[in-house]
Design a protein around this ligand. Structure first.
Ligand code: GLU
Length: 450
């Protein structure tokens, strides 16, 4: 379709090196063809042009002092994409790979993901090329304080509400929140993922992983299947992977893999969750430590990965949960999963599968839950944290978890029905993208030319 081609060319011209952003825009816009053809109001109102160019892009320098007294300089940013249905909302990523293209792809995805949660949240994302790995608590604190020294003027409980993402967990949110409070003299729900003593929500830590498994359960239920007793593969070993594994084990499934930037573990009797939590949440070590503790587990370092494949996806499984990072699962990996009988892929990470891998899953008609639907549980419970902060009432674990389950079920039903409505039954990429887009685009039209 001409309009879609025009938009994809436009962003390539305007932002030539932002490859991940090009990929995210291509994936979304391609699947919008049926709704754009059916209603020309979106093209008439230049909705895609207004969606791919963020409302605001803020870039800043972050200067801090390391433990040796040396001055360090990083780059920070916050990209506020769209606030038609609520305050900008999305995480902060601290990782050396962070660049404007990565934050743009994440912020763009967040618009549609947040719309799917049924809650009032717009889309945004931010981050820095700072690497928290190997830094002392004092260094992380000084970096977070310096980052907030600039960010605080752009955010607010009704304006823009950041949270965590890769490299930003409870510790970082604590230091960021403390500095915000110090600078503004306000105790606002301006960040989510806070600790329970000072405004955090129960289930927020578990939410992305639990939600991703709930989404898989819903996809499988429709086909009369479940996860009990099934072998599952999981990539990553951060917050998303850990709580995906926890929920899988609660349901009687057997997750057998984990990975990090240095290598992967295959533990065929099932991952030892207590050991994993100890290594990653307490000691902040690499997975080599897991292999040292568990002699039966097989450890493959990244240096031994062959032919551009990710070995996690070559372990036979019933269901796969990519929970590490973008583009960690390519066409070869997708083919191996299908060949080995995989029936379900539920994405805990953002855009973990390449576009050709996604096409492979859709053509094979397996249960495929794209990240912006399957991993929306994290930001959904962030929305519930905002609701608790606004009413100054904390909710119980059971109640919050029930709300999370309900939201994941609603996202699945919405995506699945929308796919049917546009003659793409079973295609949750089309369903999720159109459902998220329609809510935001119609709200933009309601509110005039802005
Ligand atoms: N970083 C998470 C995501 O990709 C959570 C964002 C949030 O809670 O605001 O959705």
């Amino acid at each position: 379709m001409k309009y879609i081609k025009y938009i994809n060319n436009l962003i390539k011209e305007k932002y030539p090196v932002q490859l991940e952003f090009h990929q995210a825009v291509k994936e979304v816009t391609e699947s919008l063809e049926p709704i754009l053809k059916k209603y020309n109001k979106y093209e008439q109102n230049a909705i895609l042009e207004r969606l791919v160019i963020p409302d605001r892009e803020i870039f800043f320098r972050v200067t801090w002092v390391d433990d040796d007294g040396k001055i360090q300089v990083n780059r920070g940013c916050r990209i506020e994409f769209n606030s038609a249905i609520g305050p900008y909302k999305g995480g902060l990523r601290f990782h050396p790979s962070v660049n404007p293209g990565i934050i743009k792809f994440l912020g763009f995805e967040q618009i549609f993901k947040n719309a799917l949660t049924t809650l009032a949240m717009g889309g945004g994302k931010g981050g820095s090329d700072f690497d928290p790995k190997g830094k002392s608590d004092g260094e992380v604190m000084r970096f977070c304080q310096a980052f907030m020294n600039e960010l605080y003027r752009h955010i607010g409980a009704h304006t823009d509400v950041p949270a965590g993402d890769i490299g930003v967990g409870g510790r970082e949110i604590g230091y960021l929140y403390g500095q915000y409070r110090k600078l503004t003299n306000r105790f606002d729900g301006v960040l989510t993922g806070k600790a329970l003593n000072w405004g955090g929500s129960l289930v927020r830590t578990e939410a992305t992983g639990y939600g991703c498994v709930y989404f898989a359960q819903n996809m499988l239920k429709e086909k009369g299947e479940d996860l009990e007793g099934k072998i599952c593969t999981v990539s990553g070993s951060g917050n998303v992977a850990i709580y995906t594994i926890e929920k899988l084990q609660q349901l009687g499934a057997i997750p057998v893999t984990i990975s990090d930037s240095k290598g992967m573990i295959y533990d065929k009797n099932g991952i030892d969750l207590a050991l994993l939590k100890e290594i990653k949440e307490v000691k902040r070590l690499s997975l080599e430590a897991y292999a040292k503790e568990k002699k039966n587990a097989q450890y493959t370092p990244v240096s031994k990965y062959k032919d551009g494949i990710n070995p996690v996806w070559h372990v036979p499984c019933f269901a796969a949960f990519p929970s590490a990072t973008q583009n960690e699962l390519n066409l070869k990996d997708a083919k191996a999963l299908l060949k080995n009988g995989c029936k379900c892929v539920s994405e805990g990470a953002n855009m973990p599968s390449t576009i050709d891998a996604v096409h492979e899953f859709i053509n094979a008609k397996i249960c495929y839950g794209p990240g912006k639907a399957a991993n929306a549980g994290g930001v959904a419970v962030s929305g519930l944290e905002m609701a608790q902060n606004a009413s100054m009432t904390p909710w119980t674990f059971e109640y919050t978890d029930k709300r999370l389950y309900q939201i994941m079920e609603d996202i699945f039903n919405n995506a699945s029905q929308t796919a049917k409505e546009f003659n793409a039954e079973g295609n949750l990429v089309v369903g999720a993208n159109i459902a998220g887009f329609r809510k935001v685009a119609d709200s933009m039209i309601d509110q005039g030319v802005l």
